[in-house]
Design a protein around this ligand. Structure first.
Ligand code: ADP
Ligand code: MG
Length: 235
């Protein structure tokens, strides 16, 4: 699904140049659930933003579904993003002025989904995420855990090819955080492809493989024990 080769990212301001990514190689297959960990400032969000087409790489190759993304103009990136990517952020990034229903509807509007189909998809996903009773409310009326559920619903409503989550439990207490992790684990079990950034070893243990970054490079990739156990049990 995704092949990244020698990807670099340099942020330039008038005074300084920051090499945020210095030669990333990464392969993500359909159905993978991968985690990225590493110290603050090592480039995790930069990598996720490039994969999610919110930003573009400086050099190297990033192929999504066999199409090269490096060098693609913002308009093309935006189209590919809206069709393929579901993004979940640490601070939820809901639009406060819109109801829960309207927030979840956004990706469907971007993709010109018919009105009747939009309603059906929103009601379906709301039910799955246990927020049906909240559709008419506004984000500020909801708990953090519920807001992140809405954000997950918005990320999923248009059946994205890949779900990207940047510290999705970072602003949640452990109960709500665990619920979000259960949700992601459940989606993965049903075939979703997920790439998640986290600081939590516990959250990472739900994924198949943890990628460790430092100073803009990947320095190790490790399969997680929980999944090795599941694999051994299955055998
Ligand atoms: P992480 O998510 O691992 O904490 P980031 O990807 O946010 O790290 O940042 C990696 C490096 O790139 C840091 O040195 C950060 O200061 C820098 N950086 C990130 N975004 C920008 C930006 N928009 N402009 C300039 N520098 C940036
Ligand atoms: Mg970050």
């Amino acid at each position: 699904m995704i092949t990244i080769q020698n990807l670099t990212k340099v942020f330039r301001t008038e005074e300084v140049e920051t090499a945020a990514l210095s030669g990333i190689n990464l392969e993500i297959k359909k159905g993978d659930f991968l985690t990225i960990m590493g110290p603050s400032g090592c480039g995790k969000s930069t990598l996720l933003n490039i994969i999610g087409l919110l930003d573009s790489g400086s050099d190297g190759s990033y192929k999504l579904l066999d199409q090269e993304m490096i060098g693609l103009k913002e308009k093309g990136r935006s189209r590919v993003r809206k069709e393929n990517i579901g993004f979940i952020f640490q601070n939820f990034n809901l639009i406060d002025e819109l109801s829960v229903y309207d927030n979840i509807e956004l990706p469907l509007l971007y993709n010109n989904v018919k009105a009747s189909e939009r309603k059906q998809k929103i009601e379906e996903i709301a039910e799955k995420l246990n927020i049906s009773h909240r559709l008419k409310h506004f984000p500020q009326q909801l708990s953090g855990g519920q807001q992140q559920r809405v954000a997950v619903a918005r990320a999923l409503v248009n059946d994205p090819k890949i779900i990207l989550a940047d510290e999705p439990t970072g602003n949640l207490d452990s109960k709500n955080g665990n619920e979000v992790m259960e949700l992601l684990t459940d989606l993965h079990a049903k075939g979703a492809t997920i790439l998640m950034v986290t600081h939590s070893d516990y959250d990472a243990s739900f994924s198949q493989k943890t990628i460790h970054m430092k100073d803009g490079v990947i320095f190790s990739e490790r399969f997680n024990q929980r999944n090795v156990d599941v694999f051994m049990d299955a055998k």
